[in-house]
Each structure stands twice: as C-alpha cells, then as structure tokens.
Ligand binder design. Structure first.
Ligand code: ADE
Length: 244
C-alpha cells in the first residue's frame, strides 16, 4: 500500500508514523508513505496557499491551484487513477468496514485540509471520497489521515505479526472484544477468571463469546441491533438480562 499524503505539515505525519507497528510496517515495506507538501506548489514568492473567503466570514480558505497542481504531480506518477480521500468532518464517518474496503487498494491519496477548509472547486475536481473520523472538529486533516492510515495498515497482510488478531478482535463480528488477562494470576486480591486457566479450550471460547456479547450489550447496544444473533446468543443475553 502506498499512501500519498498531501499536507502542509508532512513532518507532523512522518514523525508520528515512525513508531510501533506502523513504523515497522514502513521499514519492512508493507506500506509506503509519499509526502507531498502542498506549499511546494504555491505559485507566489511567499508560498502562500490560503486567502480570504469570498462572501466574507471568519478564517482563511485553502486556494484551489496549489492543491490541484500537487495532485496532478502525484497522478502523473501513477498508472491508474487512485481514490482521493479528503479528510473532513463533512465526510462519511470512518469505521472498520470502510477500513477493510480501503485495505484492498494498492495506493490512495489523502488530502489534509487546514484553516476553514478548501475551495470547493478543487474538491469537486479531484476528490473521490470524503471521510470524517467523528463528530468533532480538528484543526487540520493530519490526525484524521493518521487514524485512517493506522486502521487500514493493520489490516494489510504482514503488518501485524499475528494474522488472526486482526480477524478476531473488536468489530470483526460487530461485537466488542472480550476482556484479556495476563500474569500474575492474582493482582491485589483480584484473580483471573478460573475458566481461562482451566486449559479447556471449548469452555474458554464459550466464555469469551459470552463476554463479548454481554459487553457489547452493556456498552454499545447500538452495535447489537446490526448483528444477526444466533439462537444461542439470544439465549445468553436473555439469561444475562434475567439475572441482572
Ligand atoms: N478535519 C477536521 N475535523 C475532522 C474530522 N472530524 N474528521 C476528519 N477530518 C477532519
């Protein structure tokens, strides 16, 4: 996967994405990041990329030309037209399903805006997808782009050392993850649930499925509505509700 990141702050993204799993994935060439500094495409002495909004109002708007030229420079290096993702609170809300869809791409362009936004014309001309990472407003698209890159990259084969961990965890089946424990067996008087040290794999699986289901019901009932529960799962929840 090659991410072409169009931004005014390439160092911010580059530095933040040098650590942990993503840093390793870059070192191992599972993913690649190509930074395009939009300011390099400013066509004026002071490298200005923004201006006052027509019609008045607060803040500045990013001008279309530097963004268009920066994009065209990327496009010229590619054999096919990539998805061009503009990070904006006005976009479609990012989730695991969209991460899985994007993980199928060979490359993508991520466009990070700043100030009060980007001139609408260049959005119309080059952007294929608009993505929001949640209902709040950030100062720029860089953090949102990093969220997308992180969530997508860990789905790319080889990026996580444990292949199955991306598959079994939170949201895969539309449920939250079951609780995890490690040593010591007893911590400040609190013991690890007996079933997990029983060595009985079937019972462990049953317990974990129950925990995932009950947790999701307690914390994110909105997710349960979207999952097709089996008869067995419905029974688990009925029991849980009765005994509460
Ligand atoms: N840029 C500013 N706020 C954002 C958000 N919530 N999601 C994506 N990009 C943004």
């Amino acid at each position: 996967m090659i991410y072409h990141i169009m931004t005014l702050f390439p160092d911010m993204v580059n530095e933040a994405m040098q650590h942990s799993m993503i840093g390793r994935a870059r070192d191992n060439h599972h993913i690649q990041m190509n930074f395009i500094n939009i300011r390099d495409y400013a066509n004026n002495k002071h490298h200005k990329v923004d201006d006052y909004p027509y019609g008045g109002g607060a803040g500045m708007v990013m001008q279309p030309a530097p963004i268009y030229d920066a994009y065209k420079a990327v496009e010229r290096t590619l054999s096919t037209k990539p998805r061009v993702i503009y990070l904006t609170p006005q976009g479609k809300t990012f989730n695991q399903k969209l991460a899985m869809e994007l993980a199928q791409e060979q490359e993508m362009v991520l466009l990070c805006g700043h100030y009060e936004g980007i001139d609408e014309r260049v959005i119309d001309m080059i952007v294929t997808d608009q993505i929001s990472i949640g209902d709040y407003v950030l100062t720029g698209g860089e953090l949102a782009a990093m969220v997308v890159i992180d969530a997508v990259s860990r789905l790319i084969p080889g990026v996580l050392n444990n292949v199955s961990s991306a598959e079994t965890e939170t949201f895969d089946k539309g449920l939250l993850e079951y609780p995890q424990y490690t040593r010591p067996l007893e911590f400040m008087g609190r013991k690890v649930p007996d079933v997990l040290v029983s060595g009985h794999h079937k019972n462990i699986e049953v317990w974990r499925n129950e925990q995932a289901l009950i947790r999701t019901y307690q914390r994110r009932p909105d997710l349960i509505k979207h999952t097709d529960l089996s008869q067995q799962e419905k029974k688990i929840l009925d029991n849980y509700c009765k005994n509460r």
